[in-house]
Write a protein that binds this ligand. Structure first.
Ligand SMILES: *Cc1c(COP(=O)(O)O)cnc(C)c1O
Length: 371
């Protein structure tokens, strides 16, 4: 048997809406699905504005630039995340300040306050692998110290935190619609916010900073970060199925917990906290120190048995491109370092069958036994 690490489910209205784009000739970002997708994402997350963009990384880029944080100010962020978070901070002229993760694999919120200096301007909170960061705690800290909050909810579409949607917290929230996310448009992203001025800035940056009065006259440098009507058509169809996607992801998570929970030496995702239940964007596994092989070797052995995996993120303070810029002064973030080396995730896509999950878990157990 072969079990892919992710396979999207495109069996709803995706084809119908794509055909509508082709039949009507509306394929560019001017088409009607773009605004509809923005409206529906904003409604899902109880936000006033949605700005669709071409991917999740540029959503972060535009959001950070639109916030207009002071040049050279510090933005606190998790050490354990995707490079897009740090690159957006740097491109906005700011300095990323990492915080180590805790047992939830999220930024340890208890360590955030000690990182706040006179030079801090914002906190970027990133929900990792489907279990949210405690946003109530982050937002209360931000209020106390007068900081902006950027929420990266790419891995938490349809998730809640303290009963409020992920993507509803802070000054601005960003999403990705890459094919492994809960809602996919192939490539795509979205910025959500409530501030009218902030939304206008994001829209301008997305579209080359055209001005309405004289279209090809520019006072600022923008980008082409537009999402096409074809992508948005997929997004609208995908959103219609979000409830069932989330139910399926939770089912997959609970099933793997049951299948793998009894195996000694495996650290599995935290199933629930007092503010959220895991939505299992992906099902991660961290190998205990007593297991004599690392994540890379374990994944190689699983691949030989037909089970797809992906490595965990590699921490920001160990990124050559960031160290070369003189960042982080040799600081260590031991939890992030540990889970990067010992962690990987197993097949987690919505299309998984019971049989495939049982096979994947069985192979994890057999590789473990052979170590
Ligand atoms: C996927 C992801 C992104 C980047 O999105 P792309 O659409 O791939 O550019 C950013 N942040 C997080 C947390 C992600 O999981």
């Amino acid at each position: 048997m072969k079990v892919a690490v992710n396979e999207p489910d495109l069996r709803g209205n995706e084809k119908k809406y794509l055909c509508e784009c082709i039949d009507t000739g509306w394929i560019s970002s001017e088409g009607p699905f773009v605004e509809r997708f923005e409206r529906e994402m904003a409604r899902l997350c109880e936000r006033k504005h949605g700005i669709a963009v071409s991917n999740g990384s540029v959503a972060l880029d535009a959001a950070l630039e639109a916030l207009g944080l002071p040049e050279g100010s510090e933005v606190i962020m998790p050490a354990f995340t995707i490079i897009s978070c740090a690159s957006a901070i740097l491109r906005a002229g700011c300095i990323p300040v990492p915080v180590d993760c805790d047992r939830t694999w999220n930024m340890d919120v208890k360590r955030v306050e000690s990182k706040i200096t006179r030079n801090t301007s914002a906190i970027m909170a990133v929900h990792i692998y489907g279990l949210p960061v405690d946003m109530a705690y982050i937002c209360q800290l931000a209020r106390k110290h007068d900081l902006k909050v950027i929420e990266d909810a790419a891995e938490a579409i349809g998730q809640n935190c303290h009963g409020h949607p992920c993507g509803s917290w802070g000054d601005v929230s960003c999403f990705s619609f890459y094919p492994n996310k809960h809602v996919t448009t192939g490539e795509g992203g979205m910025i959500l916010c409530d501030g009218d001025g902030l939304a206008e800035r994001c829209r301008a940056l997305r579209n080359l900073c055209f001005i309405p009065e004289q279209r090809f006259l520019h006072y600022e440098l923008g980008y082409n970060f537009r999402m096409s009507n074809l992508q948005a058509a997929l997004g609208v169809a995908q959103l219609e199925k979000l409830d069932s996607t989330v139910r399926k992801k939770r089912y997959i998570g609970a099933k793997y917990q049951k299948l793998l929970g009894g195996l000694a030496g495996l650290e599995l995702p935290v199933h629930k906290t007092d503010y959220a239940d895991n939505i299992y964007w992906v099902f991660g596994i961290v190998l205990g120190d007593e297991i004599p092989i690392d994540a890379r070797e374990f994944s190689k052995r699983l691949a030989a048995l037909g089970v797809g995996t992906r490595p965990f993120f590699w921490p920001m303070h160990e990124q050559p491109v960031l160290i070369d810029r003189g960042l982080f002064g040799g600081e260590r973030y031991p939890e992030s370092e540990r889970i990067a080396r010992r962690g990987f995730y197993i097949p987690s896509g919505v299309a998984l069958t019971d049989e495939q999950m049982e096979y994947a878990a069985g192979q994890v157990a057999s590789v473990l036994e052979d170590t």
